[in-house]
Write a protein that binds this ligand. Structure first.
Ligand SMILES: [Fe+2]
Length: 197
């Protein structure tokens, strides 16, 4: 059973206003409810439903597709809400060094991340690629579409329209710029340390 997380720092978030956040948080809670319901349904799926499982249709395929979609919906939103609203304007120490090593400079990383966000229909994520031992900016058009195996999320940006449209309308550039100016770099650094980068 997964419980929805309250994000205590949200009133200080400058990327989105309170109403935009509340709308988005409601959607996040729907994913929490969905994964709990799906987990229960999968656990109690009958033998008939499992025997009829196939790659085209059927209830079991639908449940399993829904499982990864809803679970990533929960995880990615929690990472996103937490990595907004920082007070430092730039990455420090080993995070700065890692970005410089992979992209040449922090500005070059920023340029690539922003372009990735503009091209994304869903998520833009700075990940640590454990296999390649390097940082990457990746694009996911859906919660369950595009994540790289052995890639650990460090910085997550939600580019679905629901993340910004109430406040910014179709001005995606303004939303991206506000996000880039208010990254919680300490949280990103904590994730980096957690993965042993
Ligand atoms: Fe979202």
């Amino acid at each position: 059973m997964i419980n929805a997380v309250r994000f205590s720092h949200t009133p200080d978030i400058t990327v989105v206003n309170q109403r935009q956040f509340e709308l988005h948080y409601g959607l996040y809670k729907n994913y929490v409810n969905s994964i709990n319901k799906l987990t229960c349904e999968i656990e109690h799926a009958s033998e008939d439903i499992k025997e009829e499982a196939n790659t085209t249709n059927g209830l079991f395929r639908s449940l399993k597709r829904g499982e990864t979609y809803a679970l990533n919906g929960v995880i990615l939103h929690e990472l996103y809400f937490r990595n907004m609203g920082g007070t430092t304007s730039a990455p420090k120490e080993q995070l700065k060094a890692a970005l410089e090593e992979r992209f040449g400079s922090v500005d070059k990383w920023r340029e690539d991340f922003v372009a990735t966000a503009k091209a994304s229909r869903g998520w833009t994520i700075l990940v640590y690629d454990e296999r390649g031992k390097c940082l990457r900016n990746i694009l996911l058009d859906g919660h369950d579409e595009g994540m790289v195996a052995f890639a650990h999320p460090l910085l997550v940006l939600d580019m679905y329209e629901h993340a910004y449209f109430f406040q910014y309308g179709s001005n995606r550039g303004a939303y991206i710029e506000a996000f880039m100016q208010n990254i919680h770099w300490d949280i990103v650094a904590q994730r980096m340390n957690y993965y042993g980068v």
